[in-house]
Design a protein around this ligand. Structure first.
Ligand code: NAI
Length: 729
């Protein structure tokens, strides 16, 4: 009798073997090396054991399987690097190809074992987990609305390498399969049934019996594509229908990704080429090769590190000071029930925190409460819970902060106003409670001077819209103590967001970097580059919007105000820039404030799309700069990466993970790079510095590489390698 590490086996009186997946010490089943060993043996047993007529694969956890163990994929990447260093690229490629293809080959053996196999999908089955079910001949899923099915690999720079790119399009057609895989979309069981990815949906208690019934009564052990009569749904690519689908699909891919995402491009290739060759096994070989290419390339490594590893580490509290007791917030005070205050009240109340929401008068406080209610209505939270959530929020002009263990100030961005609001709050708050400000620009150390208990004061910087944005930037003032930081991190975890911790600086980290992106757009205008080219280049580089569009969202008058405040604070040290005049023309002379008044770098209309404002050419005349789009794209990323490196060098950032996570979650820095510091590491500090030097000569000292970057360029160092120790030395 074979024994399994992660499965139990029961053979019933009908000779049906039920393999139940239940990994010890894991909340979810995943595919790791031990699971692959098990699957290899499972297939062997099904094939050779005469006492088995058919098999069911199911799970006794709440879900079926979450997909591949990403730490295993990370280890494969490291193995690749090691062999590369020792034996060269060919040996390393062979290694990663064999490791990557192993799972797919086992799945093919399962599919061709000669006996009927069914998957009883008792909950979520994603990635490799869903691929296991696709390799079975029959799939019945539980009608659990929370359960998600799908192939999300592209979200971390990979493709479904367990046969998914070949099986799914042969089941549901390329037109349905491509967006599911390229965008990594999940679906519920009903949708999967509707498109034909699974065979039946039933209450969870009935799926095992149904899987067994199918084996006994139908039990065809041949996959559709192994049947000679098989026709690809929707036709082959070189049919009239296929031709229309593929040319449109290709155009859509380019429009959505600007060809930045290797995984999405290679998923398309897998499906196109796989369906062209027709032979299923040849299709699997094509998939293996492209999977190898992705495993070898930098995108999957960077995306897995930042979007999976670092986000998870930081969300779990990687930066939480050790030794501070866990300290959940029971009652939260919010001063200022405006746009941000209402958002903060909403995200807190929905996780069970009591909220005291204050504003200068009752009417404003009630307006804030109205916003919370509006957000609830738009949310997916079931209506029967709304009253309870609203009941947790007490909105008024004079509520007491006495019982609050954390208070967040979110009044207008005015130093004078905050100077009166903060000490008033402190006087009401109990000993040991933490006070914070959601200021987006005012240094925390300066604000701390208005209060007595400066150690218990910290910056908690939310992003707009609060309900949607996953990042919270915590800012340490010079005197902020560990207790305040621990409490702030515990709070951010309570509201299910990801904290980064930065030291005080004008604009902290995220605003500082994003401002370089916006102002680079202004510099380009000043050079004579057209606004259309600037905006397109921004998106082509992988940013969610162009720099001018982003400035409209932030509001041009706000940028103008910040500029005035910076000038006033810096005095004679401020060096005027050619681009300061652009904002002055836009805001002061032409009252173009951005989206908020319907006119900025774009014109906005109630209906229809926003359009670039043609009048910009009266302020800065376009000319032929002779600079191509590639250079413009590159500058827009380099200027941000350089500012991030500067933040690291100035100790505003202390951990590269926070730079990368903060930039991607905070302002959408091109996700395929894994973040600005991963971007520099991937290019190599030497190349990055060379580019900076070239651009500094051409465009000015704002591109000058920093000391640490120059040192890294000559030592071969990197941010994820040794930058921390180099800085410490
Ligand atoms: P807002 O103008 O929507 O709300 C400010 C609220 O403060 C108003 O409801 C106002 O009545 C209230 N207020 C004024 N004086 C008060 C007082 N003495 N006591 C109690 N309440 C008072 O402003 P918004 O956008 O919510 O910004 C608030 C803070 O959050 C600012 O410091 C801003 O810089 C910061 N922030 C804003 C972001 C944004 O995208 N809007 C992003 C991140 C931070």
């Amino acid at each position: 009798m074979m024994t399994y590490t992660n499965f139990t086996l029961e053979i019933d009186s009908d000779a049906i073997a039920v393999f139940t997946w239940n990994m010890a010490d894991r909340s979810m089943n995943v595919i790791d090396m031990t699971v692959m060993d098990d699957f290899e043996n499972i297939v062997k047993q099904i094939t050779t054991d005469d006492a088995i007529k058919g098999a069911v694969i199911t799970s006794s956890k709440g879900d079926f399987c979450a997909g591949a163990d990403l730490t295993m994929l990370g280890a494969m990447g490291q193995g690749f690097g090691k062999i590369m260093a020792e034996k060269g690229e060919l040996a390393a490629t062979q290694y990663i190809h064999d490791a990557g293809a192993r799972f797919s080959r086992i799945m093919r053996k399962l599919e061709t074992c000669g006996k009927p196999c069914a998957a009883a999908i008792n909950g979520t089955a994603l990635g490799g987990g869903f691929e296991v079910t696709l390799a079975c001949h029959y799939r019945v899923a539980a009608n659990d609305t929370k359960a998600r099915l799908g192939l999300p690999e592209s979200q971390i720079g990979l493709l479904p390498g367990g046969g998914g790119t070949q099986r799914l399009p042969r089941l549901v057609g390329a037109q349905e399969a491509l967006p599911l895989m390229m965008q990594g979309r999940h679906m519920d069981a009903d949708k999967a049934l509707k498109i034909g990815a699974i065979h039946k949906v039933l209450p969870n208690a009935e799926i095992l019996a149904e899987a067994k019934r199918w084996i006994k009564e139908e039990g065809n052990p041949v996959a559709p594509w192994d049947d000679k009569k098989f026709r690809i749904p929707g036709g082959v690519p070189y049919s009239p229908k296929g031709m229309m689908m593929w040319s449109a699909g290709n155009a859509m891919y380019r429009q959505q990704t600007y060809d930045n995402y290797d995984a999405q491009r290679l998923i398309m290739k897998c499906v196109y080429e796989g369906l062209c060759v027709r032979s299923f096994d040849a299709g699997l070989e094509i998939e293996e090769r492209y999977f190898t290419a992705l495993l070898k390339g930098p995108q999957s490594k960077n995306m897995i590190r930042t979007l999976f590893g670092s986000i998870q580490d930081l969300s779990k509290g990687a930066r939480r000071p050790k030794g501070e007791p866990e300290n959940k917030v029971k009652k939260l005070g919010i001063i200022g029930a405006g746009f941000m205050g209402a958002g903060i009240a909403y995200v807190s109340a929905i996780v069970g925190i009591d909220v005291v929401l204050l504003d200068q008068d009752n009417e404003s406080a009630q307006r804030g409460l109205g916003h919370v209610s509006g957000m609830l209505v738009k949310s997916r939270i079931p209506q029967e819970k709304h009253a309870e959530i609203m009941g947790r929020i007490e909105a008024s002009a004079n509520g007491s902060l006495e019982d609050c263990d954390l208070v967040i100030e979110a009044v207008f961005e005015s130093r004078e106003l905050k100077a009166t609001v903060l000490p008033k709050a402190e006087a009401e708050m109990k000993e040991g409670a933490i006070l914070s400000s959601n200021t987006s620009t005012l240094p925390i150390t300066g604000l701390a001077e208005y209060i007595e208990r400066q150690g218990d004061f910290i910056g908690i910087h939310f992003f707009s819209p609060v309900a949607k944005m996953k990042l919270v930037e915590l800012i340490l003032g010079e005197k902020t103590n560990d207790r305040a930081l621990a409490k702030a991190i515990d709070y951010v975890r309570q509201i299910k967001k990801t904290p980064i911790v930065v030291n005080d600086s004008r604009g902290f980290f995220t605003s500082r970097v994003v401002m370089t992106y916006i102002s680079e757009g202004h510099f380009m205008l000043d050079e004579g580059v057209t606004s259309t080219l600037i905006e397109n280049a921004g998106r082509m580089a992988g940013m969610p919007v162009g720099p001018l569009s982003l400035n409209d969202e932030v509001a041009l008058d706000l940028s103008w105000k910040i500029l005035q405040a910076t000038k006033a604070d810096m005095g004679d040290a401020y060096e005027p820039r050619a681009i300061d005049g652009i904002l002055e023309e836009m805001v002061v002379k032409r009252k173009r404030y951005g989206r908020k008044n319907g006119q900025g770098f774009y014109d906005y209309s109630e209906k229809g799309k926003k359009k670039l404002w043609p009048g910009i050419t009266d302020i800065v005349a376009p000319k032929d700069t002779g600079v191509g789009v590639e250079e413009i794209k590159e500058r827009l990323l380099i200027i941000q990466a350089l500012e991030t490196a500067r933040c690291f060098e100035e100790n505003v950032l202390t951990d590269p993970r926070e730079g990368d996570v903060g930039a991607i979650l905070g302002f959408g820095f091109a996700p395929y790079t894994g973040g600005p510091l991963s971007y520099i590491d991937t290019m190599g500090a030497k190349t990055f510095v060379e580019k900076c030097v070239t651009y500094a000569d051409k465009y000015g000292p704002r591109y000058a590489p920093t000391k640490q970057l120059i040192a890294m360029a000559s030592s071969g160092g990197s941010f994820y390698g040794n930058a921390k120790s180099e800085k410490a030395a």
